[in-house]
Design a protein. Structure first.
Length: 255
């Protein structure tokens, strides 16, 4: 009996140490990393939120319960999830042998999913994903301006949020004005929010597939409007035409 009691005590201590190796509070960056790791797990295993939710519940040694809508909000990044849900998710990732991503300094970490959840209703998110083909790639302002402007769009399967980089090459390779941000696909249009990486001034896009031909090839073309420096709404700035028409054309033809 004494041996059995010692074994039980050892198991309890081991479980206690495992649980307490997980932080009881989670800062913003850690929350974004947990969310990114869960989304990567879903993509790798081709599962949705209901299956993920079930696996997280089963992996919790304390057998706690959270609602599936809470898990959905965590994945979308639209709400501040409870410490309990974050701890359960972290416990699940540890049980699966998954480490959190190391990129702590990405200012857009977690923003893309939150931006999508903010602009697109839950029921419409999956349907919206199928409306754009061959969107990712490098684009150039058409007609190409001086200095040249290159827009890079990076899409990710399973989301309507798109990472965007815009570079104004002033004196290559040393002087480049760069904007980083996210665009979201909705109703065959793109709404984007970028920022100047040096001044933090915002840049806003409204784009759609261009009805105009981009020449004899079948390159993707996007057209719409862009707004510069929307925080500077002075009379002088308004006369300068902060909202401008824009057209960009993909550099490579679609395969």
């Amino acid at each position: 009996m004494m041996i059995i009691a010692l074994i039980q005590l050892e198991n309890l201590c081991g479980a206690f140490m495992t649980e307490n190796s997980i932080a009881s509070t989670f800062d913003t960056k850690t929350r974004a990393k947990i969310r990114a790791a869960l989304k990567a797990y879903m993509k790798a295993h081709r599962i949705g939120v209901p299956t993920l939710w079930d696996r997280v519940l089963k992996a919790d040694p304390k057998k706690r319960d959270v609602s599936m809508p809470s898990m959905q909000r965590l994945i979308r990044g639209t709400h501040h999830s409870s410490e309990m849900l974050m701890e359960m998710s972290m416990q699940f990732l540890k049980a699966e042998g998954i480490e959190l991503p190391s990129d702590l300094d990405d200012p857009l970490s977690g923003f893309a999913s939150a931006f999508e959840g903010f602009l697109i209703p839950d029921d419409d998110q999956e349907a919206e994903q199928a409306k754009w083909d061959e969107l990712g790639g490098r684009y150039q302002i058409d007609p190409a301006g001086i200095p040249p402007v290159v827009v890079t769009i990076r899409t990710t399967d399973g989301t309507n949020a798109i990472r965007v980089t815009e570079e104004h090459i002033i004196a290559a390779p040393d002087v480049i004005t760069r904007y980083d941000g996210v665009m979201v696909k909705r109703e065959r249009r793109l709404f984007g929010l970028l920022r100047n990486t040096l001044t933090y001034e915002p840049r806003v896009y409204w784009l759609s597939k261009s009805s105009q031909s981009s020449g004899d090839d079948d390159r993707m073309a996007l057209s719409g409007h862009v707004q510069e420096q929307p925080f500077r709404l002075t009379a002088a700035a308004a006369k300068g035409g902060l909202v401008q028409e824009i057209a960009i054309v993909k550099m490579e033809a679609q395969s």
